[in-house]
Design a protein around this ligand. Sequence first.
Ligand SMILES: [Cu+2]
Length: 174
Amino acid sequence: MKYSILFLFIAVFAFSCGGGEQSATEEGSTATAPKKEAEAPKAKAPASTGEVVEITLTGNDQMQYDQVYLKVKAGSKVKLTLKHVGSMAATVMGHNFVLLKKGTNMATFAQEAVAAKDTDYVPADSDAVIANTKMLGGGEEVTIEFDAPAKGTYDYLCSFPGHYGVMKGKLVVE
Ligand SMILES: [Cu+2]
């Protein structure tokens, strides 16, 4: 009886020591993990689900998009087709689609875009753009593909001078 109690005591002691070491190791590994997680949100998109979302957006001669609210799932690939369903030239009624990163001031961006005529009214050195199409004239269309950004709501606009006041919308990633 005495031996068995002693054995039990040793066993419990040994177990708790072992357990202590184990949890210390786990704490050690979780202590380094947050650093990696902290870097992750900076990545443009979550792991791809392989799902492709096709969207067709139009712009017309009345300076209007047909949709001001687009919704896609996080991790999907967005295949966006922009069609200019009007007939006016790109030089007078050009339309494009520019998706902006969160925190971008649309008015400020649009002002910078006006000065970027040489690059289709999208500032070449801008880091505020997630994706954009070229500028289209009546009857033209273009398709672009991009990875849906992280969950959230993003602004998009037509950056042709003077258009963003009306030609803008929200892309929701959920
Ligand atoms: Cu436009």
